[in-house]
Design a protein. Structure first.
Length: 98
């Protein structure tokens, strides 16, 4: 009986909960998350230094912080863009030092 009441409650409340907009602070930064999901070297580096809650997952804010740090590391000519050569050099540096 209790399970039915809980199920009915969830069915009644779920549409309203799903209709709520996601707070902007919880929205993942797709580019930052994708950067680390595509490259295991960068993912391991990001988890090692930026996984603040130590859950072995990159939260959106952790990924954004790690992406910013990687951008500073890789953009050696400080033009605001990371070339393929800069990316490879930064990745190699991470492999050597971590």
């Amino acid at each position: 009986m209790v399970a039915r009441v809980v199920a009915l409650f969830l069915l009644a409340v779920a549409p309203r909960l799903l209709a709520q907009p996601m707070p902007s602070g919880l929205r993942p930064e797709p580019a930052a998350l994708e950067l680390f999901e595509r490259d295991w070297v960068l993912m391991n580096w990001a988890l090692k230094y930026f996984d603040a809650n130590h859950d072995i997952l990159l939260q959106p804010d952790e990924a954004a912080t790690a992406a910013d740090a990687f951008r500073r590391l890789a953009d050696t000519n400080h033009d605001g863009r990371i070339t393929t050569e800069e990316y490879r050099a930064a990745r190699e540096s991470i492999l050597k030092h971590d």
